[in-house]
Design a protein around this ligand. Structure first.
Ligand code: JHZ
Length: 396
């Protein structure tokens, strides 16, 4: 049974950047109630109510995974490792975004699935066969008929976005060769808890996984976790390597190690999540207090990165242009628009209204390293950063 441990209030669709803040447009804005729950049956953390996927993943999808050097490098390294390790002849990617992963493979070896048509167009134009559809059993049958079974299935930040996980794993089970491997990565619940990064909960993140939850879900389909990699990307993710129960692969020691760690942190207990819920409330109070204090002294605060994550923060903490002046983002199709719900204007970093900014709020805190390298001049000029992760703090 699902039990709610966190109420993040009324939230907009994170991808719905507004063209204007005219009354007519604001009237059309869609909101839903964001609550997060824990299911004792399989230890899975999910949203209590899922938003209809077509509301979020459509031809207006804004996020481009290639916008960050960190992700470009991460997927480049991963691709060469996967080629060395598994020598895959046929590769399927579920949720290929703008091709940040598949660009590292030969075009004739890859088939991709991407429901956002604007993104599927990009990779189809690059020469990678991309189905502009949601991953489900019917699509997997269609692909299997045309391409046969595959050696490697890859998926980054996508499986956690799909409400019906049984259908996901059932269709993966069918299309994966006997000694094939599914490699997928998504934000890791233990990192979310440790960092109080409650902004990992938003419409698209239908679930945030633990290893326990993944193991429970896949065991129904005679699949097993054979290896893991803990990643720093996206503020703490886990990469799962999964095969058929009867594959040639042995389960690596790290799997047992993480299962014990998760038990140590009591990820199988509702009380753990309830405690986290209380930490989130504290984080909200501290952040609002800090922003108010800084604004009162007449300083300028700009948010760095119009992230989907920051939609949760701004709407939960009721942050508007009285507390944050505007947002900057390098993604062209976010610029000149307004953030969902909070209605902050988004500018290109090179075309900002202010010549001098005092504080950057790290909306893209997960790219802190990359941003700090880029912003050496801002830092040496006395500029400071604010982040709520791992605790509300000013730093440089
Ligand atoms: P970033 C999206 O979430 C949505 P978001 C999705 N649901 C998901 O799971 C994750 O991605 C993976 C900008 N930026 O990646 C680029 C700069 O402006 O944290 C991006 O718009 N300057 C699929 O949106 C944003 O920040 C920079 O120097 O929370 C980062 O968004 C850098 C490094 C980034 O994901």
């Amino acid at each position: 049974m699902k039990k709610i441990f966190l109420d993040l209030g009324r939230q907009p669709i994170t991808n719905s950047y507004l063209n204007s803040v005219k009354k007519k447009e604001l009237k059309k804005e869609f909101f839903y109630k964001l609550k997060v729950s824990f299911d004792k049956k399989n230890n899975l953390v999910s949203l209590s109510n899922f938003v209809r996927p077509s509301r979020m993943f459509n031809e207006n999808y804004a996020h481009r995974a290639s916008m960050s050097k960190t992700m470009l490098n991460s997927f480049k390294n991963l691709s060469s490792n996967l080629i060395k390790k598994f020598k895959p002849k046929k590769i399927l990617e579920i949720g290929s975004n703008d091709g940040v992963f598949i660009r590292n493979f030969n075009k004739d070896k890859v088939v991709a699935v991407e429901p956002c048509k604007n993104l599927a167009n990009i990779t189809n134009k690059m020469g990678y066969k991309t189905y502009p559809n949601f991953w489900n059993l019917n699509l997997s049958k269609k692909i299997q008929k045309k391409f046969g079974k595959v050696d490697l299935i890859f998926s980054a930040n996508t499986i956690s976005h799909i409400p019906n996980l049984n259908e996901v794993f059932k269709s993966i089970k069918r299309i994966l060769k006997k000694d094939g491997v599914l490699v997928f990565e998504d934000p890791y619940i233990l990192s979310v808890i440790k960092n109080v990064s409650y902004d990992q909960f938003y419409d698209e993140h239908a679930h945030v996984f633990s290893l326990m939850a993944v193991s429970n879900l896949i065991s129904e389909f005679n699949l097993k976790v054979i290896d893991l990699e803990k990643l720093n990307t996206h503020g703490g993710s886990m990469r799962y390597y999964i095969s058929h129960d009867d594959s040639k692969f042995k389960v690596k020691g790290i799997v047992k190690k993480y299962l014990s760690l998760e038990l140590k942190y009591k990820l199988n207990k509702f009380s753990t999540y309830k405690k986290f819920g209380a930490e989130v409330k504290k984080s909200k109070t501290q952040l609002v207090k800090l922003l108010k204090k800084i604004k009162k002294s007449g300083k300028k605060i700009v948010s760095y990165g119009a992230t989907y994550k920051s939609a949760t923060i701004f709407n939960y903490c009721k942050i508007d242009n009285k507390l944050i002046d505007y947002v900057i983002d390098t993604t062209k199709n976010k610029q000149k628009k307004y953030t969902p719900g909070s209605h902050l204007k988004i500018f290109s970093p090179n075309k900002q209204p202010f010549k001098r900014v005092d504080y950057y709020f790290l909306g893209a805190w997960n790219f802190k390293k990359e941003i700090f390298l880029k912003e050496k001049k801002f830092i040496s000029g006395g500029g400071k950063f604010i982040s709520h992760v791992p605790r509300v703090k000013i730093f440089n």
